[in-house]
Design a protein around this ligand. Sequence first.
Ligand SMILES: [Zn+2]
Length: 349
Amino acid sequence: MQIVHTEDSKRRAATTELSGGHLVAPFESPARVDQVIAALRARDSGPIVAPTSHGMAPIAAVHDAGYIDFLASAWDDWVAAGNTGEIIPTIWPTRRLGETLRSRHIEARVGYYALAGETSIEAQTYEAARTSADIALSALDHVLATGAPAFGLCRPPGHHAAVDQFGGYSFFNNAAIAAESARQRGVSRVAILDVDFHHGNGTQQIFYERADVSFVSLHGDPVDEFPYFSGFADERGAGPGLGYNRNHPLPPGTDYVVWSGALDAALAEIAAQAPALLIVSLGTDIFKDDPISSFTLDSDDFVDCGARIAALGLPSLFLLEGGYAVAAIGTNIANTLAGFEAAWRPGRS
Ligand SMILES: [Zn+2]
């Protein structure tokens, strides 16, 4: 399988994450990239190519212009205000009392554009997020040109990034940017399958009222799990998009028997939509030893997961999302891609 990777994806090297009332080393670390690329090289999983620049237009097609400007200038503005630590939001718009951004203060801009407070911004975050989008778009180029599958080793992840909000380690929504780019390049219908442990709130928001890009997710029930405010089963899309958003919330401790049953249901929903392209938001934080998640999948289960996805027979783009059991993330990604490749035949569905 074609693999798109650059060492530049390790440029974001934040030192702080707000967790349990402490500033800890971020779970989303550059070491994740090292583990994944090492495992793919060890398996000889496929040719590894560098991404090419796609400019800002595909990002601006998904994200708000003011939000992009904020991310581009946030670090300089933060430092100019006299701050010496990393950017962590401390103030949010007051619900029911004015949710527009009228202040020019960097603290206000950070809070306005923040979904959550755990994820800090440091000097390289904007460029790293741009690189991650380029990785996704370059992997998409390969799928569209050849019909063969590709994997984008994206970092930072993207699926929590909404039209104008960052958080959950996400800044630009790589899967959404790829899906929108595919649509603009003539792909008739795109399905996004999100298997990350956490609900992809950003992807859901971006396409919630659209029928041409569907979003199907299985994840920890937001009653118990981040991002808490979305991911419920009754969120099924709106307007023309009604029925094209499908959530499969699952309880803490979900094992592979239950999880794969939900996966089969999700795949059946996707097959019924007859998409021309599948984008998989591939988070491996469903693994049993993940430090911030609660499902119990074993490494071998990822092989079967890949094979089940392959049965759709669709041109498929895999993009890295979460996965924080660093020692196992390489094996779990490589297993998923190997299971997919062993079973995938084009045009089966
Ligand atoms: Zn996750």
